[in-house]
Design a protein around this ligand. Structure first.
Ligand code: ZN
Length: 249
């Protein structure tokens, strides 16, 4: 089997893009536990006031305006160099795709905040359209087709992960030759368990994270330097060696 490079990315890869970490020590939900209700499905479906605050949060957080940073671009550059790769991400910001990784190679475990879905008929629209409606004064915009409750296409607390996406991610973890776990504390399952799956199947594990993780002992390499400099350095070595292998064939 050809070499397959897998990335498992979490909030830490996007903080340099100005997207807040929700669960970290300074995280939005850590500082304001009440804010967790805004992304908990039962509260969201039952209470229009929660929905209004939730939409306001989407309106005010910079996910749509955020730009990829050097770490996102380093991963996209590895793809461009012809290395077989997949990205498994816990992030909902779409920045891997914005950096240039084809959408079919990005598995979004927690969904996407850039897409809005109707909880009744399943119709999909964009966050941009929802934001436009918010700006026009609709504080809890309803589905234009059936009047149902709209939500971002993200996995809220109390919802299951998309089983097909999770299955694909597990397949990638089983098949990869190296897995980079980047900017994730590896404490939220089942995403964190993918590192264990990769290790069991013989993949080299590289963890790039500021804080210790439960998988540091499993890893072949643990990198503590900032992601924005560490990842470009690590991946340029990788594409150089891939290039020289190609040249020798
Ligand atoms: Zn609908």
């Amino acid at each position: 089997m050809a070499n397959l490079v897998a990335f498992l990315t979490g909030a830490g890869i996007s903080t340099d893009s100005g997207i807040p970490d929700y669960r970290g020590p300074q995280g939005v939900w850590t500082r304001d536990p009440d804010a967790e209700k805004l992304v908990t499905i039962d509260y969201y479906m039952a209470d229009p006031e929660i929905r209004k605050r939730s939409w306001q949060m989407r309106h005010d957080t910079p996910a749509l305006r955020a730009e990829p940073n050097s770490a996102h671009f380093a991963i996209a550059a590895l793809h461009d160099s012809g290395v077989a790769m997949r990205v498994i991400t816990q992030n909902i910001d779409g920045l891997h795709q914005k950096a240039g990784v084809p959408a079919r190679k990005v598995l979004e475990l927690h969904g996407s905040a850039r897409t809005v879905v109707c909880t009744q008929c399943g119709d999909k629209t964009t966050l941009r359209e929802a934001i436009t409606r918010l700006d026009a004064g609709e504080l809890d915009p309803a589905c234009r087709i059936c009047g149902g409750i709209l939500k971002t296409a993200t996995v809220m607390f109390g919802e299951n992960l998309n089983q097909r996406t999770l299955l694909e991610a597990t397949t990638v973890a089983s098949a990869c030759t190296v897995m980079y776990a980047v900017g994730t504390s590896l404490q939220v399952h089942p995403a964190a368990g993918l590192v264990g799956v990769a290790a069991e199947h013989g993949a080299k594990i590289v963890i790039v994270n500021a804080e210790p993780t439960p998988y540091d002992e499993t890893a072949d390499e643990v990198v503590r330097e900032p992601i924005g400099t560490a990842l470009p350095r690590l991946l340029s070595q990788l594409s150089d060696s891939a290039g020289s292998i190609d040249a020798n064939q």
